[in-house]
Design a protein around this ligand. Structure first.
Ligand SMILES: NC(=O)C1=CN([C@@H]2O[C@H](COP(=O)(O)OP(=O)(O)OC[C@H]3O[C@@H](n4cnc5c(N)ncnc54)[C@H](O)[C@@H]3O)[C@@H](O)[C@H]2O)C=CC1
Ligand SMILES: O=C(O)C(=O)Cc1ccc(O)cc1
Length: 292
């Protein structure tokens, strides 16, 4: 049970957590904070939060749990604003998509031995953003990865786990570096490719015909290019090393496809795509089993 939960950034991710926790009566009060009073007022009207403040220091007063759910590039400034007012026993956690940068920023702002920060990342979401997109069941059967460090307080980790469990999420724990490498491959690269594909087509002289005749495959592949550019800019910038590494791997692989087609090597193309199809089919079958 949480007495006062403060959510910085009451959008898709923060708002969905608030809705799930309120539905389960897990918090006495949920307070929202960001820079935009209109959005926060909307969040109150939608029943996502009880009240809001535009002042981070005032918002965290008497809080026992504080969640950061803003774009990665906004985290550091927020940490600096919260620091003087965060109650000594409050737990700080986040829902950001990359973990190395926020872990480093918390160490810089709160000190390397700050024990009550529990880094977290719900592997759930969609291409829509803002509080209107928030839904109470966003996290049901979805993974939430926590990346606590050796010095992170075990009781704080247990409390953050308990909070996410209430939403129906399945908890996992992994090291920060591994998190950022895995997510660079499975989430960040696909989003980058979707943005890049649409951008490539936009630069072609035949772009209007291309978009007019695009079929379902184009729509499926590019759904995530409708995601928020600010959020994704920040993810790409804060996971620089891991993303550059997977881009390089992808460029190699794309180069192989180029060479196989140029050489008219149908055998090699077929082998490569059969391997990929099998892996993709197995992944989908696994995913559908988990859903049941
Ligand atoms: N959208 C997704 O599918 C997922 C997003 N995430 C992460 O969760 C975080 C939030 O993402 P969403 O909820 O999708 O975004 P959103 O755009 O729906 O909500 C972000 C909220 O942060 C506020 N905000 C933006 N800049 C701010 C600033 N400088 N100071 C204070 N508040 C500010 C906005 O007013 C908005 O309420 C991001 O770090 C993102 O990487 C994690 C998992 C999935
Ligand atoms: O829209 C989709 O399919 C996503 O992949 C959502 C998503 C976006 C960012 C994350 O850090 C985690 C999940």
């Amino acid at each position: 049970m949480i007495n006062k939960l403060v959510i910085f950034g009451v959008g898709l991710i923060g708002g969905s957590l608030a809705l799930a926790l309120r539905e389960a009566h897990f918090c006495k009060t949920v307070v929202g904070c960001s820079r935009n009073a209109v959005h926060l007022q909307k969040a109150v009207e939608l029943g996502v939060i009880d009240s809001f403040s535009l002042d981070p220091a005032e918002a965290v007063r008497d809080a026992d749990m504080v969640l950061l759910a803003v774009p990665m590039g906004a985290m550091r400034h927020l940490l600096q604003q919260i620091k003087p007012a965060l109650p000594a026993d409050a737990i700080l956690t986040d829902a950001g998509s990359t973990k190395g940068s926020i872990v480093a920023e918390v160490a810089q702002v709160f000190g390397a031995n700050f024990t009550r920060f529990v880094p977290g990342h719900p592997i759930a979401g969609r291409e829509k953003s803002g509080v209107e997109a928030a839904i109470a069941d966003l996290y049901v059967n979805r993974r939430v990865i926590l990346t606590p460090q050796a010095h992170t307080d075990a009781d704080a980790v247990a409390k953050v786990e308990a909070m996410w469990r209430v939403t129906g999420a399945v908890l996992e724990s992994m090291p920060v570096e591994l998190h950022d490498q895995v997510l660079a491959a499975t989430s960040h690269l696909p989003h980058l490719l979707a943005f890049s594909l649409v951008d490539t087509l936009l630069n072609m002289p035949q772009r209007e015909d291309i978009l007019r005749y695009a079929a379902g495959g184009f729509r499926d592949f590019t759904r995530i290019a409708s995601s928020d550019p600010v959020m994704w800019r920040d993810i790409f910038l804060t996971n620089k090393e891991a993303i550059l590494a997977v881009i390089a791997d992808f460029q190699d692989n794309l180069g192989n496809f180029y060479d196989m087609i140029a050489a008219q090597d149908g055998e090699a193309l077929h082998q490569c795509m059969t391997r990929a199809k099998q892996a993709r089919d197995n992944y989908v079958a696994q995913f559908e089993k988990q859903e049941q």
